[in-house]
Design a protein around this ligand. Structure first.
Ligand SMILES: Cc1ncc(C[n+]2csc(CCOP(=O)(O)OP(=O)(O)O)c2C)c(N)n1
Length: 228
């Protein structure tokens, strides 16, 4: 039996027994219905991870990099809206799944299965590569080049303030939107990430508005940088 199966069996056993870590019941702005929706997104994300492995074993899937350990990203999605552009780490399927519940007519789980299979019907990559992303959900697709999305996130956040100062004819992002960006902890070592941090901090030092939230993902999402 593989480790993923052992973890899954333990999960089922503990949920059935109501054997949860000590914690407070949902409170504050988190109502019980939203808490359940977040839990559902986390479970669906885990199910997609497991399905990707089964597809690979059957010769039907070609991507198994999972989102295990990042299921909590569903809560971040619930705290934001599709108006807030999101540049996601490749392990943040839970974010996209939860966000897809905020807009009618979305089929994110199915789209991800198409992506695992490199299907030409995959709406975001056309079968070229498994990527998270959705135009309707304001999640630009990312390549697997780690940290390459950080400068793009900084630029997108910069554009919000710029559009306030010099309104363009057509705006994609609302004046009060923020840009969210998540990435793996090892990606911090990449010069592309360092360039993005430096630009964000220099922009902040210059008092130029930059509505950006960066999340470095270790075991739990940790806010790394907040501007504006
Ligand atoms: C520019 C670039 N260099 C190297 C790689 C190969 N690579 C893929 S994943 C990865 C590790 C990323 O670690 P981390 O950012 O912590 O993310 P994790 O997968 O651990 O969540 C590396 C080096 C890559 N995809 N892109």
């Amino acid at each position: 039996m593989d480790r993923a199966q052992i973890v899954h069996d333990n999960f089922l056993r503990r949920v059935a027994a109501g054997d949860f870590p000590a914690g407070r019941p949902p409170g504050g702005p988190l109502d019980p219905a939203t808490a359940v929706a977040i839990f559902r997104s986390a479970c669906l994300t885990r199910a997609l991870d497991r399905r990707s492995r089964k597809m690979q074993a059957a010769g039907q899937g070609f991507y198994t990099i999972g989102s295990s350990g990042h299921e909590g990203m569903a809560a971040l999605a619930a705290a934001l809206t599709p108006r807030d552009m999101a540049f996601l780490h490749y392990r943040d399927a839970a974010f996209q799944i939860q966000r897809s519940a905020q807009l009618p007519g979305q089929t994110s789980a199915w789209d991800m299965l198409l992506s695992f299979a490199c299907s030409s019907d995959d709406p975001i990559s056309g079968g070229r590569h498994k990527v998270l992303g959705s135009k309707a959900l304001n999640i630009p697709p990312q390549t697997s080049t780690i940290a390459s999305h950080l400068p793009k996130a900084v630029g997108a956040a910069y554009s919000i303030g710029l559009a306030r100062r010099a309104p363009p004819e057509f705006k994609v992002l609302a004046d009060d939107a923020i840009v969210m960006c998540s990435f793996g902890d090892a990606s911090v070592n990449h010069s592309t990430a360092q360039g993005a941090f430096n630009t964000a901090q220099w922009t902040s030092y210059q008092s130029v508005p930059l509505p950006l939230r960066l999340y470095r993902l270790v075991w739990e999402a940790q806010p790394l940088f907040e501007a504006e």
